[in-house]
Design a protein around this ligand. Structure first.
Ligand code: FAD
Length: 392
């Protein structure tokens, strides 16, 4: 019987295990934590944003985005919904984001675990895999306490995003050992750091805005949505969306700057006219008081001084310059960019240099945009790898 070991009992590891076991393989998951699926429980603030119905060319980010898209099609959103329906999970949608109708990540974890148990999949916890080696046709998977033997191995180890006391990942160990091209794991979907005496003053403000990112003075990308201003910098979904690009550039020692438009509903000229009208209608108002019907008062207090001219107010509010002073922290991020290069795997997610070894999920060089694309990548890659590994 085809014996498969899966390293990592997370999202992609579980779907890989279920797919392989349905095809008749004997599957064991080795999980280093005391419980599997811990990260899944955190997803979507506990509601599990399982996928997204509004994917586009930027949904799966990678050094090889076209390849990522092709690989995703091996088990796409339609296949994913069918998989979950068979488990008894029906979807509900909010602005394109798909959630289980139960709105509970715990329910998804439970149903994955029940399905795995029904298929005879063994889940061994507290098993930290530190090496994989070949022994003839078979693989030896080494943990601190035991050497496991298998015909095929699937590495579904995820990344250290959101993990405290992180160690080197088994995907990196194996990449170095077998000369597999890989990209450094860097924080993505996370807040960005800056410095300035206004940070303490704006901490806690939530406001809509456009964030543009510039690298060495050149425009790179932008996003729009609710910003969360914090005492170390800026956060919120638009910042999360661009953070992977910022962190890659900061890692390369490039100068990265954000330009924030805190009043995106009109252009500079119109904003200037609005302020002029307020000042004409109520000359008794201080400069700051003239702005408090337009913007959160704490933001005005943090950024505007009484001696500012109208032109300077427009520049500050609509073109606020925020140089990034440090890279984000992996343990604070939701996912990582980087990982095993997609040219190193076949369409079946099998490692070209080490036949019989498969890779899935975040360990690969794919990070999704915010909104369910990371779990979708985990389901797509895990399912395709599991099915392929089961073939004898
Ligand atoms: C707070 C938070 C919220 C998120 N919300 C969403 C969301 O709503 N939607 C979305 O799409 N994505 C979300 N994500 C991202 C998503 O959870 C991950 O991208 C996804 O879980 C990756 O799946 P994976 O199988 O690659 O890795 P994981 O799910 O992280 O699983 C990897 C597993 O491998 C184990 N492991 C690692 N190394 C070893 C080893 N050497 N030996 C044995 N076991 C090992 C780990 O302990 C872990 O259990 C969120 C992430 C975080 C942190």
């Amino acid at each position: 019987m085809n014996e498969i070991i899966i390293i990592g009992g997370g999202a992609s590891g579980f779907i890989a295990a279920i797919m392989a076991a349905r095809e008749g393989s004997k599957v064991t998951i080795l999980e280093k934590n005391d419980k599997p699926l811990k990260k899944l429980l955190l997803t979507g603030n506990g509601k599990c944003n399982i996928s997204n119905l509004r994917g586009d060319a930027d949904s799966f980010r990678s050094n090889l985005p076209d390849r990522a898209r092709t690989l995703y099609e091996r088990f796409n959103i339609v296949d994913t919904f069918a998989f979950f329906e068979r488990l008894g999970i029906y979807m509900t949608e909010k602005e394109g984001r798909a959630y289980p109708a139960s709105e509970s990540a715990a329910s998804v974890a439970k149903l994955l675990s029940l399905e795995a148990a029904s298929l005879g999949i063994k889940v061994k916890t507290n098993q930290n895999v530190f090496d994989i080696r070949k022994d003839g046709d078979r693989f030896i998977v080494a943990t601190e306490g035991w050497d496991y033997s298998a015909d095929k191995v699937i590495i579904s180890c995820g990344t250290n995003a959101s993990v405290d006391n992180a160690e080197r990942l088994i995907s990196e160990t194996i990449a170095i050992k077998y000369g597999i091209k890989h990209h450094k794991y860097l924080p993505a979907l996370t807040k960005l750091y800056g410095e300035g005496d206004y940070l303490e003053k704006w901490a806690g403000v939530r406001t809509f805005g456009i964030v543009k990112m510039f690298c060495d003075g050149q425009y790179v990308t932008e996003d729009y949505g609710e910003l969360q201003l914090v005492n170390t910098g800026v956060s919120g979904i638009p910042v999360f969306q661009i953070s992977r690009y910022a962190n890659i550039m900061l890692y390369r020692d490039r100068k990265v700057k954000l330009e924030i438009d805190f009043f995106p509903d009109c252009d500079d000229e119109m904003f200037k006219e609005i302020i002029e009208k307020i000042r004409t209608n109520a000359p008794y108002k201080s400069v700051k008081d003239s702005l408090i019907g337009l913007l959160p008062e704490r933001l005005v207090g943090a950024l505007i001084r009484e001696d500012f001219s109208i032109d300077r107010i427009v520049r500050t509010i609509k073109h606020f310059e925020f140089p990034l002073t440090a890279g984000s922290k992996i343990h604070e991020s939701q996912v990582c960019s980087g990982g095993i290069d997609l040219d190193e795997i076949s369409d079946d997610f099998e490692c070209i240099k080490v036949p019989g070894l498969y890779l899935t999920g975040e360990a690969l060089d794919v990070d999704g945009a915010c909104g369910g694309f990371n779990l979708q990548w985990a389901w797509s890659s895990g399912a395709a790898a599991g099915k392929a590994a089961a073939k004898i």
